[in-house]
Design a protein around this ligand. Structure first.
Ligand SMILES: NC(=O)c1ccc[n+]([C@@H]2O[C@H](COP(=O)([O-])OP(=O)(O)OC[C@H]3O[C@@H](n4cnc5c(N)ncnc54)[C@H](OP(=O)(O)O)[C@@H]3O)[C@@H](O)[C@H]2O)c1
Length: 353
């Protein structure tokens, strides 16, 4: 579907470039895209469909005549400029955390709660959830739909690109330095990221001990599912991987399921692909997920910490999941939301005659 005239705010960043790549693959014409970033990038050229798109500094003019604005910048930029884009008549899909917990802003994963996009008409802001939340809930969506979910324990193994384009350069640079006998000098992160693993770099709440990434996983899961009771126990960790997050998930279902029932539900899940080769010990990896649209699910097994019932039925199940957080965790999910928004706007216009 054509998204009309589109503005990408933060087009030079990791998510913005991924969004451009997705639009290019869909054949969206270069003339229908305005690439916008900070004044630092004004005049920079981004390769697109065999040609180039010139980057402009963010200004009110960028949104004139825009149908959709994909915000791929920081929360402060989104807070200031998303309302400007809406006033200009655009549907805003924002990748930052700025509006996610705003009760008036839908927080959307199309496979889970895409219906919210069609409910409200006109220019508006729709928030893209945090990347770890999208990957987690995409994987659990079919289990929740069939059996219900009461509790989630999740450990994340998050790629450095989750912290933006500069973090990718930092991992490459540190890896080269260390392999050359030098030292890893952290700048983006507080800890060296090459050949290291560390607790997520977002701020830690001194009272609860939860970092911001963990707080987002809890709050966003409850908002997206509309379930304040669901128990979420996250531990978020950064690993020396360029792109695609991994998540080790233990889920407690609301009712018992057999392994066959669990596999059948996950196998039919939208946007999921199962890689679960026990004899070959082959399961999802970030390298297999990188660059792909699907969330990979494997190591599907009964939680050994819970007693099983007849036929091995249990409420406790374990999964290993990998998803490209720059695609399904950000740019792809945002484009899918834009598709829903533009589709429902066209349907409304057609119905109005
Ligand atoms: N990376 C991920 O996996 C991921 C996943 C989900 C959500 N997100 C969210 O998506 C957003 C973008 O993340 P990212 O990883 O792509 O970051 P990034 O690589 O650091 O890119 C940031 C982009 O924002 C632009 N920008 C910064 N300040 C600006 C300003 N004042 N006005 C206009 N543009 C400005 C930058 O332009 P310049 O190049 O000119 O500085 C750049 O294009 C963030 O809110 C992030 O939390 C990221």
């Amino acid at each position: 579907m054509s998204l009309g005239r589109l503005v990408i705010v933060g087009a030079t960043g990791a998510v913005g470039r991924e969004a451009l790549g997705i639009l290019e693959a869909r054949g969206h014409p270069a003339a229908g895209i305005a690439a916008v970033a900070s004044a630092r990038s004004s005049g920079a050229k981004l390769g697109y469909a065999g040609g180039e798109i010139e980057v402009a500094a963010l200004s009110e003019r960028a949104f004139e005549g825009a149908d959709v604005a994909l915000f791929c910048a920081d929360a402060e930029t989104a807070r200031r400029w998303a309302p400007v884009a809406v006033r200009a008549g655009a549907v805003v899909v924002d990748n930052s955390s700025a509006f996610r917990m705003d009760p008036d802003v839908p927080l959307v994963i199309p496979e889970v709660n895409g219906g919210l996009v069609a409910e409200a008409a006109g220019p508006r802001i729709i928030a893209n959830p945090n990347c770890s939340t999208i990957i987690l809930l995409a994987a659990l969506n079919p289990l929740r739909a069939v059996f219900g979910v009461e509790r989630i324990v999740v450990a994340t193994y998050q790629a450095v690109s989750g912290a933006g384009a500069a973090a990718i350069d930092e991992l490459h640079g540190q890896a080269r330095a260390v392999l050359g006998g030098g030292e890893a000098r952290p700048e983006v992160f507080r800890e060296p990221c090459a050949f290291n693993v560390f607790s997520h770099d977002s701020a830690v709440d001194e009272e609860t001990g939860l970092n911001v990434e963990e707080q987002k996983l809890i709050a966003e899961t409850r908002k997206i599912w509309g379930d304040e009771q669901v128990e979420v126990t996250p531990t978020c960790v950064r690993v020396p991987v360029v792109r695609a997050h991994t998540e080790a998930i233990t889920v407690t279902l609301a009712r018992s399921a057999t392994e066959e029932e669990v596999r059948r539900a996950i196998g039919g899940g939208a946007g999921l692909a199962v890689i679960d080769d026990r004899p070959g010990n082959r399961f999802p990896t970030p390298l297999k997920a990188a660059g792909g649209d699907e969330v990979l699910v494997g190591r599907i097994r009964r939680d050994p910490g819970r007693a099983a019932g007849p036929a091995g039925a249990s409420r406790g199940w374990c999964l290993l999941v990998c998803g490209d957080q720059l695609r399904k965790g950000a740019a792809l999910n945002a484009v899918q939301i834009a598709d829903l928004a533009v589709g429902s706007r066209r349907a409304r216009l057609a119905a109005a005659g």
